[in-house]
Design a protein around this ligand. Sequence first.
Ligand code: SF4
Length: 309
Amino acid sequence: MSSVTTPVSFPTRLSPSRAKDFVQCPKLFYYKTILGRTTPQTIATAKGTLAHTAFERLFDAERTERTPEHALAFVRPGWQTMVDPLRAKNGVPEDSVEAEIRNATNLWRDDIEAGSSREASLLRQAEEYRALFEADSKEEAAFLLATENVVANYFDIERPWNFDPVGRELHLEATVGDVTLHGFIDRLDHYTTESGEERWVISDYKTGKVPQARYLDESFFAMKVYALLLARTRGVMPHSLRLLYVGAKKPEAIQVLEVNQHLLEITEKKMNHLWAEIVQSNDHDVWETKTGPLCNWCHFKPECPAWQK
Ligand code: SF4
């Protein structure tokens, strides 16, 4: 599927995913951020989005209702909201799970302005999700089953009836030195230890495989930025960052990185350094190509100058 171009101007703020693009390859950043090119959804991204819906909505329920069955009930209606985002209220039973998801996420036809960029983005994504499978195909059934397995597996990793998150899909933004950073935290937890110590913990759900040990530090790239954002916006030092590999088994399924002042300082320096490089690339309109194994998964490879003969 070809990508779509949504013309944008030079960004005024930087998210960890866009920063990661630049680190991987400045040209990739150029395609996605400067030209506004999108990359099509894949089965892996669809699974991630759908599982996130179940985990996020699970915590709407009372603690005693946070069972595997309750979480699993969000998967198939959640998929409906992804492939058909703009339904009218009178077309969906009021007491259905689909209506519950749409109410929580303002995903009704009347909530979305006709002709808006949000409408265009939702419709494009829906078309891409539908294109992943033939209607009612075996592949779609297998995809839904695989997502349900991941959601069910989560209950081997955590006990969601034992705690109440203080934030879900929490947007944070702060100017740190010369760069404005922003991002969405999947989940923010706060608790007090038996010794009376208050702890803030940032958790991120991952539906992919647990990375090899040598790539683990890289996997915390976005989380370190979230820690910095939390410290700057709320004045609290997060105790730790947790990557929850919801499809994996314990103990590998939970990867933890403790946070300290030094880590925040390094992250701040790194993000400012990156921002300076991005500004410089833009000023000179020079976006270098950085080839490597990841080029094989790059949507822009067919047109990338580094791969032209
Ligand atoms: S194919 Fe490789 S070098 Fe080209 S834009 Fe993609 S990541 Fe960069």
